[in-house]
Design a protein around this ligand. Structure first.
Ligand code: AHR
Length: 782
């Protein structure tokens, strides 16, 4: 066993932990909303899916149609729709049955009610529609709904399920009856008799995180793929059939059923403050064609919309948008305090112009709202630096930093915010996650979260990303909470997040840690230099490795072709590459094969639009510097590459131009980390919240010592050797660093503990563990 770890809690540092520090970020990605938190069970009930969502999708996606004969009994129509924002509907001529499987089946519970609803008008005959939930031939629930009248009307019925099951919703129209049908919905009925808005088990998982805030709707989703896809909040309030659907930039459909009204209501239910994000007048920088700005002439109305959002949230019922909020059932204001402006945007002239105009308008009209700026997609690099320069120029109060990095990066950055200036913009860490989804990813996040808390005078808010992912429907891994039709599967990171937000301190205390030696980071491992061309065939010639000429090679596909062996820390590789067929570019790897440390240079990364240097090690990877925009690889056009490693410096020239000049981060990893804060307990006594991460393979005998001070043991206690300190806490431990993975339940076991001691407490921190203790002195004996 390693030598003893001693964490001596010192006096308060003067930093108060932001009460808003731990929140969540809800974006409709991975079917997080439609098919997820949205309790709606009918997929494409509005018949608004289209090929903009996904190639091959359309109004009947998600539906099957059964007709008993060859007659055309179904027409997709848009004339005289229910609402212009919901233009597509079906005209049906019975006998016909429509079937919908929802997302992986429509689930019902025995005895529970499920409310079916739709809009319809009769175009021929008269009669009733039969609605059933069937599991093959078994009818799990059924209802009959009589339809009358030739104008659009709303119909609903409650289906009582006879048995538990997952089935298919059937809407059966009898012979001779013709109807127009739209907005088909089925939702479980809650205890108050209302159809549920949110799926209860997912809502409970969010509530258990006790988030201080909810960021919404994105992410990429907020500024959209293209100007026409920018998220406009006004399209998402009001009755469902009036909401304007759009394609989801993550490759599916957005019904907007969970729009701004539901978002504010969710915040209220969670006791969390809203942090809405609006586009900074520019669409997503990853849009084909680049980050286009909203046309100048449309900016006044866009700015008015942003101000209206704040009025919708905060305005009195006498204000126009406050009145609309009241009409929608919520006269009380929502108390909006933050507004995110932009997401990971490139700091272009257009961005500056649009951001400035919106920011000035909000600052002038709503000083009660803090506008949060944006500093690119990575924790360093050109966008990050440009974002920070701009933030200081504009005196932005908070900026939104994002980092998706390896566990190593997290352990190397536990001092990240200690060196930040204490004046100027503060930080909202709006998106972060350690690569992988294993125990070590979660522990790496815990180590950096301790640092965020310690430097909470800089870091005022933080939210893990992404939050939710439906098994089989995800576009991004890792995520905090996985789910399928039946189950909610929180990750190890979820366990960590929950321990931070459920036990919060107020005043940061210094902690002097003895026995927590940092671990050196590996350099490159010796190995080979090799090339591959995952989607092309590329010929490599004029190859020279460390001054020695090598024979010509051709790479085609994922399998790498070896050019030469190389040492660990110094090498120089040059070659000319020419694509002979296929798309995109090629990859050069240098160093270990397998889990060891190596570098990868991607020439033609990001859809052949950039070059990118990536550092791999321990099965994980990080970008080394930022991807550099580039014209891309073209068939028949040679590309000259030179890669020079003189560790930690790495330089890359493409066609004679220096494109990457990186000094790799050699700071050691802090894998054993402690943090402490204090708060007043309900009885007024001072208690300390202590967090300890042990991201190593060794169990650590640990002593946590309280600072001397008021409440110290009385002389009599000391004389009688009586324990004067008590602690209770939770220790999360994983069996091994690589346990767990996406879509698997958290591999961490949580053990609660009650401890007593003199001047402090002692415990054994298991290998790969995270502990949170609440420690206090017991009142001295009289
Ligand atoms: O969290 C997933 C995505 O990552 C967000 O939408 C975007 O902001 C970031 O690139």
């Amino acid at each position: 066993m390693a030598h003893k770890l001693v964490a001596r809690i010192g006096s308060a540092t003067g930093t108060t932990i932001s009460p808003d520090l731990w929140g969540i970020f809800l974006e409709d990605l991975n079917d997080a909303l439609d098919g997820g938190l949205n309790a709606e069970q009918v997929r494409n009930g509005d018949f608004e899916f289209s090929r903009l969502d996904q190639h091959g999708w359309g109004p009947l996606t998600g539906w099957q149609v059964d007709v008993p004969d060859d007659r055309t009994r179904l027409w997709v129509r848009t004339q005289e729709p229910l609402h212009p924002n919901n233009p597509t509907y079906l005209r049906l001529l019975g006998p016909v049955t429509l079937r919908n499987e929802g997302w992986d089946g429509v689930g019902v519970r025995a005895g529970a009610s499920h409310r079916i609803g739709f809009a319809a008008r009769v175009v021929d005959g008269a009669g009733s529609v039969r609605v059933t939930i069937r599991d093959r031939s078994d009818v799990l629930a059924e209802a009959t709904v009589e339809i009358a009248g030739d104008t659009w009307s709303w119909y609903s019925a409650d289906l009582q399920a006879r048995a538990d099951g997952r089935g298919v919703l059937n809407v059966e129209l009898p012979e001779g009856m013709g109807v127009d049908l739209d907005v088909v919905s089925m939702r479980p009925v809650g205890p108050d008799g209302e159809a549920l808005t949110f799926r209860p088990d997912l809502l409970a998982a969010l509530a258990d995180l006790r988030p201080s805030f909810v960021r919404f709707p994105g992410g990429c989703l907020a500024h959209g793929t293209g100007l026409e896809n920018i998220y406009h909040w006004k399209d998402t309030v009001g009755p469902r059939h009036t909401r304007r659907h759009t394609f989801n930039p993550w490759g599916y459909h957005q019904s907007m059923s969970i729009g701004y009204l539901e978002y504010f209501s969710l915040c209220e239910q969670l006791g969390a403050t809203p942090v809405p994000v609006v586009a900074a007048g520019v669409c997503c920088q990853n849009t084909p064609g680049g980050p286009r700005p909203i046309p100048d002439e449309e900016m006044p109305s866009y700015i008015a919309d942003v101000l209206d959002l704040i009025e919708f949230a905060n305005g009195s019922v006498a204000s126009p948008w406050g009145a609309i909020r009241a009409q929608l059932g919520h006269p009380e204001p929502y108390g909006l305090r933050y507004l995110g402006l932009g997401n990971e945007d490139q700091i272009t002239d257009d961005f500056r112009d649009r951001y400035t105009r919106i920011d000035e308008a909000v600052r002038a009209a709503h000083p009660e709202v803090t506008v949060i700026g944006t500093v690119g997609p990575s924790p360093s690099g050109s966008d990050f630096e440009a974002g920070w320069r701009y933030a200081r120029e504009r005196d932005i109060t908070l900026v939104d930093e994002h980092f998706y990095c390896s566990p190593r990066w997290f352990h190397q950055n536990t001092d990240r915010y200690a060196d930040y200036p204490r004046s100027g913009p503060g930080v909202y860490v709006g998106e972060y996650a350690a690569h992988g989804r294993q125990v070590r990813s979660a522990l790496a996040e815990a180590a950096l979260m301790i640092a965020m808390e310690r430097d909470s005078d800089v870091v005022r808010l933080a939210s893990y990303a992404p939050l939710l992912a439906r098994n089989g429907h995800s576009q991004w891994v890792p995520d905090l909470i996985y789910f399928d039709a039946e189950r909610v599967v929180p990750s190890a990171s979820y366990d960590v997040q929950r321990l931070f937000s459920t036990e919060r301190g107020v005043e940061v205390h210094a902690v002097d840690v003895e026995g927590a030696d940092p671990a050196p980071v590996p350099t490159l491992d010796p190995g080979t230099v090799r090339v591959s061309a995952p989607t092309a065939t590329v010929c490599f010639r004029d190859i020279e490795v460390d001054g020695v000429a090598r024979p010509e090679q051709t790479a085609s596909g994922e399998d790498a072709v070896e050019l030469a062996t190389v040492g660990a820390t110094r090498s120089a590789v040059t070659f000319t590459a020419e694509r002979t067929s296929g798309t995109d570019g090629f990859v050069v790897e240098l160093g270990a094969t397998g889990p060891g440390a190596f570098l990868a240079l991607h020439v033609g990364a990001w859809q052949n639009k950039s070059t990118m240097l990536v550092r791999h090690g321990d099965g994980q990877h990080d970008n080394a510097g930022s991807p550099e925009p580039w014209v891309g690889v073209t068939t028949g056009v040679p590309v000259e590459v030179r890669l020079e490693v003189d560790w930690p410096r790495t330089r890359v020239w493409v066609d004679g131009r220096l494109r990457h000049d990186v000094a790799h981060d050699e700071r050691p990893e802090r894998r054993v980390v402690a943090g402490a804060s204090s708060r007043a307990a309900v009885d007024g006594a001072v208690e300390h919240v202590v967090r300890l991460v042990n991201a190593t393979a060794a169990a650590r005998e640990t002593r946590v010592e309280l600072p001397a001070g008021a409440g110290d043991a009385a002389a009599a206690d000391i004389a009688h050797d009586i324990a004067d300190v008590t602690a209770s806490g939770t220790v999360l431990a994983g069996a091994g660093p690589d346990d767990g993975g996406p879509f698997e339940a958290s591999p961490m076991t949580a053990v609660t503990c009650e401890l007593t001691g003199k001047g402090g407490v002692e415990l054994t921190l298991p290998p790969w563990s995270f502990a949170v203790l609440v420690i206090r002195r017991r009142a001295p004996r009289g």
